[in-house]
Design a protein around this ligand. Structure first.
Ligand code: NAG
Ligand code: NAG
Length: 195
């Protein structure tokens, strides 16, 4: 009798085994949609990673009728370092120190006074380029900018277009600062690893 049970399961046993099977392997219809999986680099056309150096000049124009840098949050307290100030920027990036020289892009983002003992800014900027093959590509700079130091280093944390997977750093050096108008020109050297 036992052998006939295993070769010809009763309807009840069949029902139970189907039930157990369906509990163990639920069919939800999402089986083909894998959330994450490794893919070969060539799928995205990634070849050899390269290192590029860019030099350009960043113009913080706070004066005049069309400032590229505007204070959107005034210092909440009376602080010698302007602690709490936030400026929104759409600053031109030019090839040479003169604002009239060729524009290679814009620095779009903000900076905020984040230090109480010295002037130290938190910079959050997208460098959006318009020059040559880089037109339409951008990378993102985030870092600490103690503006009275000769050289300030900030991180390149990523990008888009030709700067996908970008990483690296920038060095900022003040080229000129007009005490009267508050306008500043800063030389940026960017060292960027990208594909
Ligand atoms: C801000 O600080 C300066 C110098 O410490 C002081 O002379 C001035 O009265 C202060 N202003 C306010 C609004 O607290
Ligand atoms: C950059 O690309 C935009 C959009 O494709 C185009 O309108 C513009 O003329 C280009 N700028 C330069 C400087 O090539």
């Amino acid at each position: 009798m036992a052998t006939s049970l295993s070769t010809h399961p009763t309807p009840l046993l069949l029902t139970i085994s189907i039930l157990i099977f369906s509990l163990a392997f639920p069919v939800t219809g999402d089986d083909k949609h894998v959330f994450g999986k490794p893919i070969p680099r060539k799928t995205l056309g990634l070849k050899k990673e390269k290192l590029s150096h860019f030099r350009f000049y960043w113009h913080d124009i706070v004066s005049g009728r069309n400032p590229s840098s505007v204070t959107v949050v005034s210092p909440p307290r009376n602080s010698s370092t302007g602690f709490g100030v936030v400026n929104m920027i759409d600053n031109p990036l030019t090839l040479r120190p003169e604002l009239s020289s060729k524009m290679v892009g814009k620095a779009q983002g903000l900076y905020a006074s984040a230090a109480q003992q010295e002037v130290g800014l938190l910079m959050v900027m997208n460098f959006a380029f318009v020059e040559g093959k880089y037109n339409g590509s951008a990378f993102t700079v985030v870092g600490r900018n103690a503006v009275f130091h000769a050289v300030r280093e900030m991180a390149v944390i990523g990008g888009s277009g030709l700067f996908r997977f970008a990483r690296g750093y920038v060095q900022a050096r003040t080229h000129s600062f007009d005490l009267e108008s508050g306008d500043a020109t800063v030389q940026y050297d960017a060292y960027v690893m990208h594909y």
